[in-house]
Design a protein around this ligand. Structure first.
Ligand SMILES: [Zn+2]
Length: 382
């Protein structure tokens, strides 16, 4: 596709996405847009829907019209859940150059990574993110809050570089601290990526490896085999623990939700949102001595709530996800989300939040678009 065709499609997609209707029901604000916090100003444009064969790319701000030259290979084309998958040909992809339109300031999604597990030569491998212990999850407070995602696979399953980059560290983390303590990830690889047009460095972390097949300082291409699945470090059974970090690849406090970085399977998209709970509280403002009137006021307080279950359903399936289990879990600067549900087949869904008695506190519909992110504000009053 020529650049001009691509830019035209992108611009049209933005216009089309901008026409998305508001939901008919509920008090929720549903949009394809992030929330209106000041830091989000540059992102208040719908995400363009990009062709599945192209890596959706690169934010820009109104002041930054730099070319976003995208690193060589787009993520491998992979299959939607739950149908069988084949991995696309990553090697065929050429460099992709995008220039944001001067009048359309942003494309938001950061789906720059391929899956670190490929089913291309073994359909039994799991190349999707485990839904039971997502980023920010605690498995109902039974586990430490999760700063990555799991690809649950058999021991010795090959692990692939999620994008081209340079190995920042490869080896056992009893030599160097990569997590909260040493010997946490066991055999671990940290890869540094630089996406042109993006200021900050992005890192991917691969933990609990059986063995490491690369060395610190080595240059990697996307999809290159870097190690094999194991259970070294603190791990319950063999699996790949995968993280995305920004700015500092050795600082576990810099993680982001990998589900907003790994390109969705074809014909799927991502739901991201922010759930806040409005509580009515009584406040006594007469504590300062001067005012002894003991005036009681009702104040609305909106809190992002941790560990809340969110149901996402269509006529065939119901999925569950959970709001981030701690304020130590970082949201994306672009979305300010506190929950994400990846790889939903394209279509319409209900988003439901209930109380413990099963009464719906929130219910709205969302449209999941191919290859993009749909954002929803979930405002719950209790
Ligand atoms: Zn993990």
């Amino acid at each position: 596709m020529t650049y001009f065709k691509f830019a035209l499609i992108m611009a049209l997609s933005i216009l089309i996405a901008g026409c998305s209707p508001e939901p008919a029901r509920s008090t929720a604000t549903l949009s394809q847009q992030p929330t209106n916090t000041p830091t989000m100003a540059a992102t208040s444009i719908p995400t363009a829907v990009l062709a599945a064969s192209a890596t959706p790319i690169v934010r820009s701000s109104a002041t930054a019209l730099q070319l976003a030259v995208f690193s060589p290979t787009p993520p491998a084309t992979q299959t939607p859940l739950p149908s069988p998958t084949t991995q696309g040909d990553v090697s065929a992809a050429a460099s992709l150059t995008l220039a944001p339109s001067p009048t359309v300031p942003a494309v938001i999604d950061t789906y720059w990574l391929s899956r670190p597990i490929s089913r291309s030569d073994d359909p039994d491998r799991i190349d999707y993110i485990d839904r039971t212990y997502p980023y920010g999850g605690t498995q109902f407070s039974t586990r430490e809050v999760h700063l990555g995602v799991e690809f649950v696979n058999k021991r010795f399953t090959p692990i692939l570089a999620a994008a081209e980059g340079i190995v920042l560290f490869a080896g056992s983390d009893d030599e160097i601290q990569v997590g909260p303590v040493r010997n946490y990830y066991g055999n671990v690889i940290v890869v540094q990526h630089q996406f042109l047009g993006v200021d900050e460095a992005v890192f991917t972390v691969y933990g609990h490896l059986q063995d490491v097949l690369v060395e610190t300082g080595q240059t990697l291409s996307r999809g290159e085999r870097i190690g094999r699945v194991g259970d070294t470090g603190i791990a319950v059974g063999p699996h790949l623990h995968f993280e995305v970090r920004v700015e500092d690849g050795l600082d576990y406090r810099r993680t982001r939700n990998p589900a907003l970085w790994i390109a969705p399977f074809p014909q799927t998209g991502t739901l991201a949102g922010r759930l806040v709970v409005e509580r009515t509280t009584a406040e006594n403002e007469a504590e300062t001595g001067e005012n002894q009137s003991s005036e009681i006021e009702q104040t609305e307080v909106a809190d992002p709530e941790v560990g809340r279950t969110i149901l996402v359903r269509n006529e065939d399936f119901t999925w569950e996800t959970y709001t981030y289990g701690s304020d130590r879990v970082n949201s994306s600067a672009l979305w300010n989300e506190n929950f994400v549900m990846p790889d939903l087949p394209v279509g319409e869904y209900e988003v439901i939040v209930s109380n413990e008695n099963g009464r719906n506190l929130f219910r709205s519909t969302v449209e999941i678009r191919n290859g993009g992110t749909t954002f929803i504000n979930v405002d719950v009053t209790q």
